[in-house]
Design a protein around this ligand. Structure first.
Ligand code: GLP
Length: 260
């Protein structure tokens, strides 16, 4: 795991977007794993800019989103379908048939979850997975105590997640209680993982994910088991890291290091 501390949100977003663009430039038919939440908005904005200004091409790529609220139709303005359309898909040229977002309204959740897993595999697996982190250390909607080998399935949201996300709804009772989410095991199969975190509200979760024990209480800590994960964070989110100086030392020395 590599921790890259950037001076602010924009610098963090641009660096993460560049890593995704590098994958796409190297492999135009790459499979992208995408995330929602306020954190990745800057990455989507930068990728859209790269598409518009630099011609970054998404025409051959495929995408899979991590999760969706159960019960919200794709037209609902708080659904992750809607979020992705408004903040990313309508600004780039990913063909509609290559876009996958879990269905929150399927009549058969187990069958849908199995299909989603099979579809990821049939597309060759995820080349690069973008992640945010919940304030309780969750990735996607893998709440504390989720199995670290879990697959795509239905999850009940934790009270803390419902409270955190209530700001997007009129009242907290409107936040769905269930979600469909890729599992931790599904996420760990991605070739590369990029996790973003900014703000003091994420400092504890980041410290526990990076430096704490691997535990299902902080599902992001499972990323310690992944061979190629980068955390792009801002100074506030880095505040509780014990080894902060070490990460900064590595980043400073890295450009001159021999290539692995
Ligand atoms: C939700 C999403 C996660 C996201 C988290 C944090 O729980 N399922 O994928 O990482 O929110 O959201 P934000 O980036 O808004 O803090």
């Amino acid at each position: 795991m590599e921790v890259i501390i950037k001076p602010d949100y924009d610098a963090m977003s641009v660096a993460a977007a560049q890593q995704i663009a590098d994958v796409l430039n190297r492999k135009p038919n790459a499979v992208l794993g995408l995330a929602t939440g306020s954190t990745p908005l800057g990455v989507y904005k930068e990728l859209a800019r790269m598409h518009r200004v630099e011609g970054l091409d998404f025409s051959r790529c495929t995408s899979f989103n991590l999760d969706e609220y159960v019960g919200l139709p794709a037209s609902h303005d708080q659904s992750y379908h809607y979020f992705m359309r408004e903040n990313f898909f309508k600004h780039v040229n990913i063909p509609a048939q290559n876009i996958h977002v879990p269905s929150g309204t399927t009549s058969n959740f187990p069958a849908f979850c199995q299909w989603y897993e099979e579809r990821i595999e049939a597309c060759g697996g995820i080349d690069i997975q973008l992640l945010g982190i919940g304030s309780d250390g969750h990735i996607a909607f893998n709440e504390p105590t989720s199995s670290l080998s879990s697959r795509t399935r239905l999850k009940t949201l934790a009270k803390q997640t419902i409270d955190d996300n209530a700001r997007f709804f009129e009242k907290s009772e409107d936040v769905p209680i269930y979600a469909i989410t890729m599992g931790v095991g599904t996420i760990l199969e991605a070739d590369e993982i990029v996790l973003l975190a900014n703000g003091a509200g994420k400092a504890d979760a980041v410290a526990q994910a990076v430096e704490g024990p691997v535990t299902s209480m902080i599902t992001a800590s499972a990323l310690q088991m992944h061979p190629y994960t980068k955390f792009y964070i801002d100074g506030d989110a880095a505040a509780n890291l014990k080894m902060r100086e070490y990460y900064e030392w590595i980043s400073m020395k890295k450009p001159g290091a021999p290539r692995a």
